[in-house]
Design a protein. Structure first.
Length: 389
């Protein structure tokens, strides 16, 4: 079966957060990976290292493009955290900008000179030479907040900071990491993709309009966390598309954890904006890969995005069957699902059937008939889901 797996993996170059000297590379490259299997887009969601205890309060940085919420770690870098919190409380960062970006690498801000648009040529040179480096065990993973340095001067940190858009572990031990973004990585990513000039200066003004502290919120209830198969069986999922609606009944008695995750993603809106990204005539149509979203998944939902253990069962891959896509590992299903167009008995016992189309097979057939480039629809077919009882 010629199937598709699409994942984004930044190719690490030397991305250096600096003051007035620019990085030797212009951007992190994106590799599009393809394999041969029914599968899905992968998202890295789990940090590799053990973080120290965070400060009692979180930091909200509201920008002209959206809010970024951070936690800081006093045990990792006490002086950096103390000074950063003082600046937040005193309103130091209000009116400054995120002035530099390396696409899918880092974004940089906090220079007091960036309050003045007339000093654009000097952005990146202000607010330094105040703090000595505090080397710690924090790794520069996605969302890490770290201190900017003057090249060649390890004791030159100050008000400027950078946020890693993707893992940049080559920076470990060179810069003082002191925080981690817990909400708003989609905002960080959007800022990193803004047009820049030859010096990686962001062309439009991305201003910090407010910076404040808040108590750490209580964890939100996780939908369907304790739902029984009998409770989940009461729900159906309606998949709305531009070509009509598809209604899916679910089999929690056969695949409880697949149904649980499917319902959870649908209720939280994670599937909204994904597409039917693959169409194979007389075989399947495939949708739901979170990597097909125009907007990244909100950071707060990252812990919920987990691979599923296979729940192979006796439900056959008949016309209208809804089954979970996966890579070669049977336990790699997560988000992307497919709807069978014609009976496919060779898939039985190899993929997890967890539902059945009960209304809208005419819409399924209409999607199967759209013009494609290879197996990709020429015009994207976006979906939106809702739950009904």
């Amino acid at each position: 079966m010629a199937q598709d797996r699409t994942g984004l993996s930044p190719e690490r170059e030397k991305i250096m957060p600096v003051s007035n000297t620019r990085a030797p590379g212009r951007q992190s490259l994106i590799n599009v990976l393809r394999t041969v299997s029914l599968c899905l887009g992968a998202l890295a969601v789990i940090d590799a290292e053990q973080l120290p205890a965070p400060a009692a309060q979180q930091i909200i940085v509201e920008t002209s493009m959206g809010a970024i919420v951070m936690e800081v770690f006093p045990e990792a870098a006490p002086n950096h955290v103390k000074k950063f919190l003082e600046r937040i409380v005193n309103g130091f960062y209000v009116g400054t900008t995120f002035h530099r970006a390396v696409p899918f690498g880092i974004i940089q801000g906090g220079d007091p000179l960036s309050r003045d648009p007339k000093k654009r040529a000097q952005y990146g040179t202000g607010g330094l030479n105040e703090l000595k480096r505090e080397v710690n065990q924090m790794s520069h993973l996605r969302g890490t907040v770290s201190a900017v340095l003057i090249p060649g001067k390890p004791e030159s940190a100050g008000s400027q900071f950078f946020i890693c858009v993707t893992d940049q572990t080559q920076l470990d031990g060179q810069f003082t990491a002191f925080g981690r973004v817990v909400e708003g990585m989609e905002v960080v990513q959007k800022i990193s993709q803004l047009p820049t000039d030859k010096d990686q200066s962001i062309e439009q003004r991305v201003e910090i309009v407010k910076a404040s502290l808040r108590d750490r919120p209580k964890p939100e209830p996780v939908p369907f966390a304790a739902a029984t198969p009998e409770e989940m069986a009461k729900y159906r999922v309606v998949v709305a598309t531009s070509l009509g609606n598809i209604e899916i009944a679910l089999y929690p008695d056969m695949a409880p954890e697949h149904v649980r995750q499917f319902l959870r993603f649908a209720q939280l809106g994670l599937y909204d904006g994904t597409t039917f990204h693959r169409v194979v005539s007389k075989f399947v149509i495939q949708a739901g890969s979170l990597s097909s979203r125009k907007e990244p998944v909100a950071q707060k939902y990252a812990p919920l995005i987990q691979n599923l253990k296979a729940e192979f069962n006796t439900r056959p891959h008949v016309r209208g069957a809804v089954s979970m896509a996966r890579a070669s590992d049977p336990d790699s299903g997560m988000d992307s699902f497919f709807i069978v167009l014609e009976p496919q008995p060779q898939l039985d016992g190899k993929y997890t059937v967890f539902g059945q189309v009960v209304s809208g097979m005419d819409v399924v057939d209409a999607i199967a008939a759209v013009p494609v480039n290879g197996e990709t629809p020429i015009q994207p077919i976006e979906i939106k889901m809702k739950l009904v009882k």
